[in-house]
Design a protein around this ligand. Structure first.
Ligand code: AP5
Length: 221
């Protein structure tokens, strides 16, 4: 049997661009784990760990958590055996120092090259998506009250948990702050990965399966 090359993917895009939604689908399709730093930080917050308490101050205000905190989390996660065939990074890296640290970690671990997909969505659409998002408090699956509602009202399609919630950082003032953080600190990564010849951009607006098809085509093309 021919060994499959590693699929080491980054989904880049503004808050609400659909990174989490598409990462979950890609994880199933390719049989590789989704690594969401947002989900990891929210889990730490739920468990009340010192890291979770520290992160909460930043997350509730829509600010980025310090690089040193998230870099350590991702480095540990990438050492796990399930990432050997590849992984999908969702929400990391978000700053140039995080991207530099990721390159160094992958080199240290002897891992294959990265592919970066930018999921492009206009800011007005991001506001609308985040304003109507509801999430599963258990598995983190995301829905939208209008665009992508769950099959059964208030119930997670993925794990059956009842009582979908609105994230604290989906309040209007936190959404505006997250968009500012994205423009100031994360958008420079588009240039960073374009110059490295690793980035492809896809249109993130449209039916979920159509957007997924664009991502897969960009990866296979
Ligand atoms: P994180 O959880 O990563 O939040 P984010 O980047 O703001 O991304 P979101 O989860 O809000 O959006 P998404 O792109 O995943 O969209 P989704 O698929 O849910 O981070 C949260 C916080 O943690 C940060 O603010 C920061 O404090 C901290 N943090 C995390 N990582 C960090 C890092 N590396 N460094 C520092 N701090 C970090 O979709 C959104 C909505 O749209 C959903 O309702 C969905 O159903 C709907 N939708 C999706 N696709 C479509 C479509 N095609 N059509 C219609 N609706 C759609």
């Amino acid at each position: 049997m021919v060994a499959q090359p590693e699929r080491n993917l980054i989904l880049l895009g503004g808050p609400g661009a659909g990174k989490g939604t598409q990462s979950q689908r890609l994880a199933v399709r390719f049989g590789i784990p989704q690594i969401s730093t947002g989900d990891m930080l929210r889990a730490a917050r739920r468990e009340g760990t010192p890291l979770g308490k520290e992160a909460d101050k930043y997350m509730a205000a829509g600010q980025l958590v310090p690089d040193s905190v998230v870099i350590g989390l991702v480095e540990e996660r990438l050492k796990a055996a399930d990432t050997k065939p590849g992984f999908i990074l969702d929400g990391f890296p978000r700053t140039v120092p995080q991207a530099d640290a990721l390159s160094a970690v992958l080199k240290k671990l002897g891992r294959g090259p990265l592919r970066v997909i930018e999921v492009a969505v206009a800011e007005s659409v991001l506001h609308e998506r985040l304003g109507g998002r509801i999430s599963c408090p258990k598995c983190g699956a995301s829905y939208h009250v209008k665009f992508t509602p769950p099959k059964v009202a208030d119930t997670c399609d993925t794990c059956g948990t009842k009582g979908l919630i609105t994230r604290a950082d989906d309040k209007p003032e936190a959404i505006s702050q997250r968009l500012r953080e994205y423009a100031d600190k994360t958008a420079p990564l588009i240039d960073y990965y374009t110059k490295a010849g690793l980035l492809k951009r896809i249109d993130g607006v449209g039916d979920l399966e159509i957007v997924l098809g664009r991502v897969v085509q960009a990866l296979d093309g």
